[in-house]
Design a protein around this ligand. Structure first.
Ligand code: A2P
Length: 273
């Protein structure tokens, strides 16, 4: 299993987990079961992905104890109210087949309806009752987070699109300033050609690792939690086999230098992830 880091809530989260978008229930169940045997303990899904039941099924098939895995899911904008979040929790927990959820996220801020602060209040109430262990948000900009902080609420994590070409420096430093852990979605660059970048390939050659392993190592060395999606058994194994080598600080820097300056990518509700 991957090492863990501690969230503000006091709960430990593995630094590497399995992303599950856009797998369907059957594909997710198979991938999750394989991932448990490969050592994964963190699984990331969402109401919007339509595969929570599959993720729960994969965990049960694997035979691992509930308290040995960390399950993250996310809810849609229709639930952005204190009572709505409770409904969202109940429905996700039922689909997953679990009594509690480790980390529940507001999937997008949806500033158009401007009810995300109430959604975070709803999360805090569920945590109070022990129904969820940690609270968080996804695709929030610092300005959205600030509104939440102004209410005296601090999310444990903000999950955003982040990879060496989109290093999100402003978000990362804002999060760090408040003890919020940054989680990277599409950590491998969303199926783009990041894995063919010469700067990545040079390091892959040097360490005898794959480009994906180099990029995932970059996330981990920056203190991020990465959730690469794979449905391929070999790549599932490869993506968690990262804990036997280390990039130098200069090498981490050289990957951060791939940033395109495109800081404002998918922080909207226009994207289906
Ligand atoms: P596959 O499921 O066939 O492995 P991200 O999580 O950054 O969005 O990346 C997911 C994409 O990257 C998927 O298309 C996935 O395809 C692919 N992928 C996952 N792991 C690797 C890897 N180790 N090497 C190359 N491609 C990978």
């Amino acid at each position: 299993p991957a090492p863990t880091i501690k969230l503000l809530s006091g709960v430990s989260i593995p630094v590497l987990g399995l992303g599950t978008w856009p797998l369907d229930d059957d594909e997710a169940a198979t991938a999750v079961e394989q991932a448990v045997s490969a050592g994964y303990r963190l699984f990331d899904t969402a109401e919007n992905y339509g595969n929570e039941a599959g993720v729960g099924e994969g965990i049960r098939r694997s035979g691992i104890e509930r308290d040995q895995v960390f399950i993250t899911t996310k809810f849609n904008k229709q639930w952005h109210s204190v009572d709505g979040v409770r409904k969202a929790f109940e429905q996700s927990a039922a689909r997953l087949g679990v009594e509690y959820i480790d980390l529940l996220l507001v999937h997008w801020p949806n500033p158009d309806q401007d009810r995300y602060v109430d959604a975070v209040k709803g999360l805090a109430a569920l945590r109070e009752e022990g129904l969820i262990r940690a609270i968080g948000v996804s695709n929030f900009k610092p300005a959205h987070l600030q509104r939440v902080l102004d209410e005296g609420l601090v999310p444990d994590v903000n999950q955003i699109q982040l990879d060496p070409r989109h290093t999100r420096a402003e978000s990362r430093s804002f999060h760090a300033g408040h003890g919020i852990v940054t989680e990277s979605w599409s950590p491998l660059g969303k199926g783009g050609d990041l894995l063919q970048d010469p700067a990545v390939d040079r390091l892959a050659d040097k360490y005898g690792m794959t480009p994906a392993q180099i990029v995932l190592r970059w996330h981990i060395q920056l203190g991020l939690v990465a959730i690469p999606k794979s449905a391929n058994p070999l790549r599932i194994k490869q993506n968690i086999n990262l804990f036997g080598f280390e990039l130098t600080p200069d090498e981490v820097e050289s990957l951060s230098a791939l940033d395109t300056g495109d800081a404002d990518i998918t922080d909207s509700d226009s994207f289906g992830h």
